[in-house]
Design a protein around this ligand. Structure first.
Ligand SMILES: [Zn+2]
Length: 257
């Protein structure tokens, strides 16, 4: 089992610290990888008195953390701060700090990868992140939300929103580009990407089965999928209602290149 933390440390080319093997069996208190007595290099770990985020620790924690998590929690690695909006693939770390970067992740990142998007100054995103093995269902951490993104569902909802905008504009004589508002990447996911109330009441009362189908495609999205959809709607370049192809984001610093 390769943890999200190990992938990030490897992608950045950071060395693992020399640690003695654990003296008892258990699991890493952060990423949860198995710790084997006499085999796995590990460090004893007790959260400090000011550490408040116990819900961010692994439920099977046993007093140890693995070598990768020692690196992740060191301030020198930057993995809790400046490298906490990133995509970590098997050998590279890419920036993921704006809408176009998120779209690139959605369309082009090669599995396995780990995608994290911190929405605060510092957060415990990395060790909670799932490792994505299949682009069909992308695991992601956005702020304090651990979620999944069905890439096809997001693309379908994007196309549906284009048709809904056309239907609503035609019925109401308006000229909105999209029938949604509050497109937010950096804030709370709860209210992100909502239907414009004026358009929504008209669309929901429609007897047109195509409109109802398109509303379902939008309503079906979970909060992290709405975050990804927001990125698609915000990203430049725009080509009308179609989706552009996005350039590879900058590669984050690698220590041993
Ligand atoms: Zn760990």
């Amino acid at each position: 089992m390769v943890s999200s933390c190990f992938m990030a440390v490897r992608a950045l080319g950071l060395p693992l610290p020399p640690l003695a093997a654990a003296s008892s069996d258990g699991s890493c208190g952060l990423c949860g990888v198995p710790i084997r007595k006499g085999v796995t290099p590990a460090k004893l770990y007790q959260p400090t008195a000011e550490f408040a985020a116990f819900e961010h620790l692994h439920p099977n924690r046993s007093g140890w953390i693995c070598a990768a998590c020692v690196v992740v929690t060191s301030s020198a690695s930057g993995l809790m701060t400046r490298h906490s909006r990133a995509v970590f693939t098997a050998n590279k770390a890419y920036r993921m700090s704006n809408a176009a970067d998120i779209c690139w992740m959605l369309q082009h990142a090669t599995p396995p990868f780990v995608a994290v998007f911190n929405t605060r100054a510092s957060a415990h995103v990395l060790w909670q992140a799932p490792v994505t093995h299949d682009r069909a269902v992308i695991g992601v951490v956005v702020g304090s939300t651990v979620g999944t993104i069905r890439s096809q569902a997001v693309l379908s909802a994007h196309a549906a929103l284009g048709r809904l905008a056309d239907a609503a504009n035609k019925a109401l004589g308006t000229h909105y580009h999209w029938p949604v508002f509050n497109l937010s990447l950096y804030g709370d996911l709860v209210d992100a990407c909502r239907l414009n109330p004026l358009h929504e009441s008209m669309l929901r009362s429609s007897a047109n089965p195509k409109v109802m189908g398109d509303l379902c495609a939008f309503d079906d999205l979970n909060p992290t999928e709405r975050w990804a959809l927001s990125a698609l709607l915000l990203a430049r370049p725009k080509r009308g209602q179609s989706i552009a192809s996005f350039d590879e984001p900058p590669i984050l610093e690698k220590k041993n290149d």
